[in-house]
Ligand binder design. Structure first.
Ligand SMILES: C[S@@+](CC[C@H](N)C(=O)[O-])C[C@H]1O[C@@H](n2cnc3c(N)ncnc32)[C@H](O)[C@@H]1O
Length: 242
């Protein structure tokens, strides 16, 4: 079959881009700080970071009650803080926490087991290639994910894809690089004294977006509504899929 040169060039470019992406995504799990010093991150998440549960509930469900049967996915869930809290508070919904780090997921599963949660599951998933069908979830949460993820634009494309029409996502990100980088720095320090490793996937400093950059991240997708706001050291987005 004869293909015009511009079509051949475009398909070669696409193949090249996917090879690059696959290579990037194929990193060994042990390259991750979240894998090596999982407990330190879980400690920070549970004891130090801001707990946004009430903000999440108020933003997603203004009458403070999700519709029974609501399906929620938490991307880059780490130790599953929000997936577990929301599953415990609303037994009528089901939550799925996904993360690349098996150590974080092990922590999350163990805690969920101890808490006797049966409406909460955790799976190893790359947020840049989510293995779920389009329109699979009613609600999506991503907290502090953009500080470390390799390709934010692709993550947002995936977030949009897996939400059902009318579904909503809540994103929480820190605003100040210094504060956002402290846990990463602590993890680097601990990992480099306790493991003989040449380097880690995560940057030494967290990626933090200015107000405009944060708002612009969401412009790549045809959301029906986007609301952006700031509160102290954090910025938030609530987006609804058309
Ligand atoms: C800074 S932690 C945030 C954890 C949690 N959401 C919170 O609120 O603290 C970022 C998490 O994203 C995960 N992560 C990074 N890149 C990822 C990817 N491509 N796919 C899935 N998870 C990823 C890391 O393993 C880590 O658990």
């Amino acid at each position: 079959m004869h293909m015009p040169p511009d079509v051949i060039a475009a398909s070669q470019e696409t193949a090249k881009q996917s090879r690059i992406l696959e290579k990037r995504l194929d990193l060994e799990p042990s390259d991750s700080l979240f894998e090596q010093v999982a407990w330190l991150y879980a400690f920070c998440r549970e004891r130090i970071f801001r707990d946004d549960t009430e903000r999440i509930v108020a933003a997603l469900w203004p009458n403070r009650r999700p519709v029974p049967g609501t399906t929620l996915i938490e991307l880059g869930c780490g130790p599953g803080f929000y997936s577990r809290k929301l599953a415990r508070r609303f037994p009528e919904i089901s939550t799925t926490g996904v993360d690349r780090s098996e150590s974080q997921l092990r922590w999350a599963r163990q805690r969920a087991g101890n808490e006797g949660l049966s409406n909460c599951l955790f799976q190893q998933v790359n947020a840049l290639m989510i293995p779920y069908d389009s329109s699979s979830f009613d609600v999506l949460i991503a907290s502090r994910l953009f500080t470390v993820i390799a390709d934010t634009e692709r993550a947002i494309t995936e977030m949009h894809r897996v939400l059902r029409p009318g579904g909503r996502c809540f994103v929480a990100e820190p605003r100040y690089r210094f504060w956002a980088s402290l846990p990463l720095f602590g993890m680097w320090l601990l990992a480099s004294t306790t493991h003989s490793h040449n380097g880690y996937r995560e940057p030494r400093k967290a990626t933090v977006y200015s107000g405009n950059e944060f708002a612009n991240l969401f412009a790549s997708q045809p959301w029906n509504q986007v609301k952006i706001w700031r509160d102290g050291r954090y910025q938030y987005a609530l987006c609804q899929k058309a």
